[in-house]
Design a protein around this ligand. Structure first.
Ligand code: NAD
Length: 481
């Protein structure tokens, strides 16, 4: 069994008698590795290392920083099979999806390395005769990258690549469910020529490591992806030093299916958006509103399609693997049971499951006879469960979609251009997908409103999050010879 070590200032720190966390394969329930539980003192050491390293890192021209990023991306690309396998083992993601996620990591790093020559300022016209006003961008300093378990490889890219190209250094904290990929990444960082301390990796409890990073005065920004409850705690801890936070939190994506949709394609898009990563994606289709005229046909086809969804060991590459842990399995089941108590009917699935007597699986499930007032239409399920209800007109559907404390992603299926434009203007979510599955692009801007977060990732706007804006007023003398 593999035992990993904290990675601080370019060195792996021997575990000694440090407390360890056991990492479990959710398909087999076997312990697959042990990772160290960092202490408050370790957190300080990692932040100090990143803080010292940042002074020289920031001085490098961005194009030189890009060179290091390309080197890292190449190293990851040479190890995609390993990363794919680890991802399948620790998350329970079917192997093809696990490998696809692994391939996003070098791709995303290269995308941001390509931004090296795109960090721009402005020269602003002054109200005074002999003055130039320069607005320019500088790095923030040390970025704490606090990660969830659902995309443990891709999220390394989101935390590291824009931060580094902007001139910041990073302390990464993986989820205790899925730290292995992050430590394998650390191994490649150690092999690379990246200066010591630019990337550090420390695992441990959110209440110790996440909290310690968020309240450390040497941390300039906390970039966290995870649940609303952890986001609230991070915000409170960061408030001690008025530290910048960028929070990518939960979602409750509404799906609006209009009478004039392309029916068969819509069924495929909606089902795909629910079952990817066994429904454990922040932008997954979480609740469906279908217009009355098409409702019967749509629901029948969704049930038929969901019944065909296969699940099994991630290595057997079915449509879905298990949920990430027992707690998640219990949570999904409790949501289904509660919906049934409130009057919903299970049209298919609705049970916890095992494969070969093991694993935290859940059957692909459709809940019909739903009502917008039910809990299952408001709380994040994060599993392969699709609750469906009906609506009369677009205004009603938009009102239901917006009646939500989350505000991350949403979607609408229609062939009417007026309906699309109305949805674009009135659906109050950070992201809207029209006639396609729920999944974002590197060059987009992934951000939630309301309790789904603060700040955003990806693209040029995502890069801006990792930069500070400064301004300088220069009065010059035109008569000077
Ligand atoms: P989580 O909040 O339990 O954990 C996320 C990270 O926060 C972990 O590293 C954890 O250790 C840390 N943490 C926990 N308590 C902390 C504290 N008090 N202080 C500081 N750090 C703390 O989330 P999870 O269960 O790993 O991930 C699932 C959640 O993430 C879902 O709600 C999902 O919607 C969300 N998510 C959002 C996005 C997005 O882009 N918006 C993407 C992926 C996942």
């Amino acid at each position: 069994m593999k035992k990993y070590e904290l990675f601080i200032n370019g060195e792996f720190v021997p575990n000694g008698n440090r407390e360890m966390i056991q990492v479990i394969n959710p398909a087999t329930e076997e312990v697959i590795s042990e990772v160290p539980k960092a202490t408050a003192e370790d957190v300080e050491k990692a932040v100090d290392a990143a803080y010292e390293a940042q002074k020289e890192w920031a001085k490098l021209p961005a194009i030189e920083r890009a060179g290091y990023l390309y080197e890292l991306a190449d190293l990851v690309s040479k190890n995609l099979d390993l990363f794919g396998k680890i991802n399948a083992e620790e998350v329970g993601k079917p192997l093809a999806q696990a490998k696809a996620e692994a391939s996003y990591l070098p791709d995303y790093i290269k995308y941001f390395a390509g931004m090296a020559r795109h960090i721009k300022g402005e020269v602003i016209t002054s109200d005074r005769p002999n003055e130039n006003i320069f607005l320019y961008k500088v790095p923030i300093g040390v970025v704490a990258g606090i990660m969830p378990w659902n995309f443990p490889l891709f999220l390394i890219g989101r935390k590291v690549a824009p931060a580094l190209i902007a001139g910041n250094t990073v302390v990464l904290k993986p989820s205790s469910d899925t730290p292995n990929g992050c430590y394998e990444f650390a191994r490649l960082v150690a092999e690379s020529s990246l200066p010591k301390g630019v990337i550090n990796v420390i695992s441990g409890a959110g209440s110790v490591v996440g909290q310690g990073l968020s309240e450390n005065p040497k941390v300039g920004m906390v970039s966290m992806t995870g649940s609303v409850s952890a986001g609230e705690k991070i915000m409170a801890a960061a408030a001690k030093n008025i530290t910048k936070v960028s929070l990518e939190l939960g979602g409750k994506a509404p799906v609006i299916v209009m009478d004039d949709c392309k029916l068969d394609e819509t069924v495929e898009w909606v089902v795909a958006s629910r079952i990817i990563n066994t429904g454990q994606v922040c932008n997954c289709a979480e609740r469906v509103y279908v217009q009355e005229g098409i409702a019967d046909k749509f629901i029948e086809k969704v049930i038929e399609r969901m019944k065909k969804v296969t699940f099994g060991n991630p290595m057997d590459d079915k449509d879905m693997g298990p949920l990430v842990n027992k707690g998640q399995q219990e949570h999904v089941d409790a949501m289904v049971q509660e919906a049934v108590k409130e009057g919903a009917r299970i049209a298919c699935g609705g049970h916890k499951a095992q494969v070969d007597g093991k694993g935290f699986y859940y059957e692909p499930t459709v809940l019909v006879d739903g009502k917008h007032s039910m809990k299952v239409f408001h709380d994040e399920i994060f599993g392969p469960v699709l609750p469906i209800t009906t609506f009369k007109d677009l205004d009603e559907a938009i009102a239901c979609a917006n009646d939500c404390e989350f505000g991350l992603t949403s979607s609408i299926y229609t062939t009417n251009a007026d309906t699309m434009m109305k949805a674009m203007n009135q659906i109050q979510f950070g992201e809207l997908y029209v006639n396609r599955e729920h999944f974002e692009a590197y060059q987009g801007f992934h951000q939630g409103v309301r309790k789904s977060g603060l700040g955003g990732d990806d693209g040029e706007h995502g890069l801006e999050e990792f930069l500070q804006t400064r301004i300088c007023y220069v009065d010059y003398d035109t008569n000077k010879k």
